[in-house]
Design a protein around this ligand. Structure first.
Ligand code: AMP
Ligand code: ZN
Length: 478
């Protein structure tokens, strides 16, 4: 097993990973707020988590990964004070229930992850299904003197937690000095945050609690669900850089305050994806999603490649030129894979495999705080060497050895296998591919009758269609 070095945003140091249980890693990822389609900036964040998880598995760890779904209003500190809830605002605008919006957006989110070949988390717990756990934590915090009740709800008392600010570097004095004048007077300190809110009878999603009907604050959901599924002292917790404060700072205060045990060993935060120098954000009209990428003629895999080509702790500027360049690099991969696929490859015999040096360098790069750009350079070097090897001996054994190495690389890169499938379907007539596309659209629109008709039409043309975890797969009937 290879032990990686990871940058810990809590200690601000590169550290060798020391998991609680040897050989096992428990990861919690802060997931989407499902009121609007996730944009490509959000996708950078899940791709980073995917590269992390796949690298750890590549090193030999057993990984358990949880990604939550925020389907109960995503209340940031400012919005709690302004009384706004994004999910409810969107529900009213569309004249739907918050539950309907959340269900639609959760489906789209999971589908986007699949398009990017992101490995599914072991569980996607929903905030709305863990209210009981949030109430238990809130009760524990009240009992231990970390929280207090007011007319508008229950608040966490930041002055009761001396380590408050350790993650973000904020001090209570700084926060107090920067606080808005609109801060509710019943809060003892401007940085105190809501655990449970009871002062909004208009709020659609409400539950009973010992403190009256109400709804949870945003931060408490992650403390409750990570504790439920991963226990305390979890190995890695990830999020985008904007999650660091107040969200993660508050999660630490709540979790450690309630359990008295350490919450997280390593905190990892990806930098943002930018567009014209600004953070891509849902509210600013920069709605570039995977659909926009497809509409412009690029494949989601090109976006996966683009994100892999930069380090997660560097800001990354999105542009259509960059997507164009990424698609060009995928073409280099496609070209190489076609060449390999034309040879009758034979599996390699023995240990001495061509590419073992490339694999060693690939692992080394990933073990240095997930240096994906350096790992990618190793991949391109390997392709160059492999092309030369195939020029010299274009036989099945050479191809077989190269393929075995590519397969290992692809367990992290997550691109080659998909491209191979794409190449295989290139030989399938366009009319059949179109039928499959229409069937996929019908299926996604839950028009199953039409989907079945289209499948029958595909079979009539002499092809089969199989739904796999990476999407529908066409093949010639044997
Ligand atoms: P949200 O749905 O707003 O809660 O965001 C989901 C995840 O995406 C969070 O972990 C954010 O930190 C992350 N995120 C939001 N915007 C960006 C961006 N432009 N680049 C990278 N990550 C982001
Ligand atoms: Zn969270």
């Amino acid at each position: 097993m290879k032990v990686p070095i990871l940058y810990n945003s809590l200690t601000k140091k590169n550290e060798e990973l020391q998991t609680k249980e040897p050989g096992k890693v428990r990861i919690y990822n802060c997931g989407p707020t499902v009121y609007k389609r996730q944009h490509v900036g959000n996708m950078r964040r899940y791709l980073f988590a995917d590269f992390l998880r796949r690298s750890l598995e590549f090193f030999g760890y057993e990984v358990r990964e949880i990604t939550n779904i925020t389907d109960v209003g995503h209340l940031t500190q400012d919005e709690i004070d302004a009384g706004e809830d994004k999910l409810e605002v969107e529900a009213k605008r569309q004249k739907k229930t918050p539950q309907d919006i959340a269900a639609e957006q959760t489906d789209l989110f999971l589908h986007d992850l699949q398009s990017l070949n992101i490995q599914p988390a072991h569980k996607y717990p929903k905030a709305s299904e863990h209210i009981k756990q949030m109430l238990t934590l809130t009760e524990a915090l009240l009992k231990k003197g970390h929280a207090y009740q007011t007319a508008s709800g229950v608040y966490f008392d930041v002055t009761s937690f001396p380590a408050y600010g350790a993650l973000s570097g904020n001090t209570l004095n700084n926060i107090a000095a920067g606080a808005r004048v609109t801060v509710r007077s019943e809060k003892k300190h401007p940085a105190d945050f809501a655990l449970w809110k009871t002062d909004d009878p208009e709020h659609i999603q409400q539950w009973d609690s010992p403190w009256g009907r109400g709804y949870p604050g945003w931060h408490i959901e992650c403390s409750a669900m990570s504790l439920e599924y991963l226990g305390s002292d979890i190995d890695i917790h990830t999020g985008g850089e904007d999650n660091r404060f107040p969200h993660h700072e508050n999660e630490i205060a709540q979790s450690e305050g309630a359990t008295g045990e350490p919450f997280v060993r390593v905190w990892m935060h990806n930098r943002h994806l930018l567009f014209s120098g600004k953070k891509l954000a849902k509210r600013e009209g920069l709605q570039i999603t995977l659909d926009t990428i497809r509409e412009r003629g690029y494949s989601p895999l090109a976006f996966r490649f683009f994100v892999f080509s930069s380090h997660y702790r560097s800001p990354l500027e999105f542009s259509w030129e960059a997507m164009n360049a990424a698609e060009g690099k995928l073409n280099t991969f496609r070209h190489f894979l076609r060449r390999l696929m034309e040879l009758p490859s034979t599996p390699p015999i023995g240990q001495q495999m061509r590419g073992s040096e490339a694999l060693r360098k690939f692992a080394e790069a990933l073990s240095q705080d997930l240096n994906t750009p350096r790992a990618l350079a190793v991949v391109f070097d390997f392709i160059k060497q492999s092309n030369a090897a195939l020029d010299a001996s274009p036989d099945g054994e050479t191809a077989g050895e190269i393929e075995a190495t590519l397969k290992k690389i692809d367990s992290v890169l997550g691109i080659f296998e998909q491209l191979k499938e794409e190449i295989k379907t290139e030989t399938i007539p366009l009319a059949v591919r179109n039928l499959a596309r229409q069937r996929e659209e019908a299926r996604r629109a839950k028009n199953f009758e039409k989907a079945d008709e289209l499948r029958a039409a595909i079979e009539k043309e002499g092809y089969t269609l199989e739904d796999t975890s990476s999407g529908p797969r066409l093949a010639k009937q044997s």
